[in-house]
Design a protein around this ligand. Sequence first.
Ligand SMILES: *[C@@H]1O[C@H](CO)[C@@H](O)[C@H](O)[C@H]1NC(C)=O
Ligand SMILES: *[C@@H]1O[C@H](CO)[C@@H](O)[C@H](O)[C@H]1NC(C)=O
Ligand SMILES: *[C@@H]1O[C@H](CO)[C@@H](O)[C@H](O)[C@H]1NC(C)=O
Ligand SMILES: *[C@@H]1O[C@H](CO)[C@@H](O)[C@H](O)[C@H]1NC(C)=O
Ligand SMILES: *[C@@H]1O[C@H](CO)[C@@H](O)[C@H](O)[C@H]1NC(C)=O
Ligand SMILES: *[C@@H]1O[C@H](CO)[C@@H](O)[C@H](O)[C@H]1NC(C)=O
Ligand SMILES: *[C@@H]1O[C@H](CO)[C@@H](O)[C@H](O)[C@H]1NC(C)=O
Length: 624
Amino acid sequence: MAMLYLLSLCAAAASPALAWSPGWNGWGSQSWDWNHHCSNPNTGPTTTSPATCSATRTTAYSQFSYTVLTTTRYATAIPSPLQLTTTYAPPFSQVSSLLPPSPTYTTYSLDRNATSVQDGRYGQGAYARLWAPLSYNTSIPFTTTVSPTPVASSELVYPPALYTACPQQADTCVDCYKLPKDFIWGVAGSAFQIEGGLTEDGRGPSQLDLFGSLPNTADEANAVVADMNYWLYKQDIARLAAVGMPYYSFSISWTRVVPFGEAGSPINTAALEHYDDLINTCIEYGIKPIVTLSHNDSPLNVTFQNPAFPDAFLYYAKHVMTRYSDRVSAWVTLNEPNINFGSDYYAVPNILLGHAKVYHWYKETLKGTGQVTIKFANNLATPLDSSNPDDTRAALRYQDYILGIIGNPIFLGQQYPAEVLNTKGINLTALTDEELSYINGTSDFWSFDPYTAGFATSPPNGIDACAQNTSDPLWPTCVVNTNVQQDGWLNGQGSFAYAYLAPQYVRQQLGYVWNVFRPSGVLIAEYGFNPFMENAKTLVAQQYDLERTLYYEAFLRETLKSIYEDGVNVIGALAWSFVDNDEFTSYYQQYGLQHVNRTDGRLTRSYKRSIFDYVDLFHRYVEN
Ligand SMILES: *[C@@H]1O[C@H](CO)[C@@H](O)[C@H](O)[C@H]1NC(C)=O
Ligand SMILES: *[C@@H]1O[C@H](CO)[C@@H](O)[C@H](O)[C@H]1NC(C)=O
Ligand SMILES: *[C@@H]1O[C@H](CO)[C@@H](O)[C@H](O)[C@H]1NC(C)=O
Ligand SMILES: *[C@@H]1O[C@H](CO)[C@@H](O)[C@H](O)[C@H]1NC(C)=O
Ligand SMILES: *[C@@H]1O[C@H](CO)[C@@H](O)[C@H](O)[C@H]1NC(C)=O
Ligand SMILES: *[C@@H]1O[C@H](CO)[C@@H](O)[C@H](O)[C@H]1NC(C)=O
Ligand SMILES: *[C@@H]1O[C@H](CO)[C@@H](O)[C@H](O)[C@H]1NC(C)=O
């Protein structure tokens, strides 16, 4: 226990300190100078003078008595409603004329027997045919929006305090660092992963709907149910407010709003009302919404590869941004497009143009004053052997592929990286000067999902041979990735997927994007940890998710060092995820700060300890 706590306290900088510490004398009193523990993560703690580490020991008997260790402390709700001191765009009544002329407003109802009905391009028959490729063999447990009820005080009792083996205030290396009052902190989620009701209320099929559709046996995931958030959103927001969460980042389902996905196609009024109420519910409860336009859920037949993508995306964006922008301070156009086009590199310009068109329209036509960004996936690659130039090239090449290809044009107005363009058979044409100047600067800050970091090394036959050989299994990136260090150790505690608890790399994760892309600020738009086999534990054991707390604590403390010691302007951090969800065919890959009961018919949520610790953590560091 003590050991675990100490890991949490100084994990990133000096968790090995204990083993090396001459002053450590076990459970009782000690006078180790904690200031010296948070030193260079690569060299371990600086040795302190023996004087500060000495302790005198005496043995003595006294009258034994119990100490009460539980205190009943309750979560404090966020103040409500949210006081919007400004609007971020004119209200809909003033900007409705900016919408494309006379779209059809409707709400389809799916009749799977109607596939042969010929009643026009956007008729019932066409809607049924849209869904024909996708079927599911479970059904949703209810179809009415659940009214929010106040969260019972019994649910808001804080977990046992983390054991303080050494005084908190002694860890002055980061405790004197503060986050600004306007620091964006809270939680994130995405439509497909939580909503359920894929075929309900006139929604159209998205590419994500292929996950969990039949035939599917993987982890019994069924996207039709997910977390039923489409009907439980009010309660979900009430639960976040009750524990004091100030920001909620969610995504709108593109195909709920535009079932056919295409520019000019019908708009679903039920979806417009749903998301309007979702945003209003956030405000009612005091929570600031951050909205993503598309979280991997492009319409089934409007892929990034499709040249119709940019205009279809803009069409959809106009319909939601005209309606909601007055209340939304920050928009994310696309989630992680940098890892979502397979090896179809020719899709990249469609992504860039779709994003840029929305950015320009929001700023120049709608005259929105909020912020617009695009969100990158990135698990930083560092050289496996930093003394080997090939490994350094491999790491940088990996970053070029995963970040530079979209980051260069948007943040620097620069061409795709040479490493990418010089790869044989990449099917990517250099952007024209005209395209570059249109795309340049179309993001108000950098946002990314830096879950973890790993190593890169060059392939046995070398990068260049691979880059010229389209049959090489490592083509086109031609980089070998690993989490095992050269000395055989993993770089951190493994999760149930690819993430490692490796906070020692957080400063480099942030430092890379800050120094290479020079944004005005960096948002950690997702970060989280899914402990190994969490789902196999009893509910109370799942709720006591110490590993997740350690992840967030260590990550945030390194972020503070990045801000204060490296000069990086980190503007926010959003935990993935506010609830266990559908991690693309798996309900067992649990990243949630809340548990979901999947068998009680009501999808009941339970707080895990990490949600309380997460709030505490920010209260400790964010200026009042
Ligand atoms: C669809 O067709 C099947 C088979 O003919 C029938 O059993 C079912 O009731 C029909 N469904 C609707 C909604 O009409
Ligand atoms: C759904 O179908 C899969 C096979 O594709 C099967 O494993 C699963 O048990 C089915 N679920 C239900 C509820 O019928
Ligand atoms: C999308 O699907 C509909 C219905 O099948 C079809 O009419 C339309 O042409 C498709 N659009 C694209 C861009 O493929
Ligand atoms: C190469 O890109 C073009 C679009 O620029 C696309 O039409 C073509 O299908 C792509 N070729 C391959 C082999 O992917
Ligand atoms: C990109 O924008 C920056 C800032 O406005 C400007 O300095 C730079 O010249 C632009 N580059 C291109 C290629 O348009
Ligand atoms: C290209 O890679 C394939 C698959 O590894 C290999 O069989 C082939 O020999 C390589 N070609 C060259 C020219 O190296
Ligand atoms: C889910 O709820 C059911 C019914 O209340 C209960 O029997 C079951 O133990 C719960 N499961 C978990 C993991 O809490």
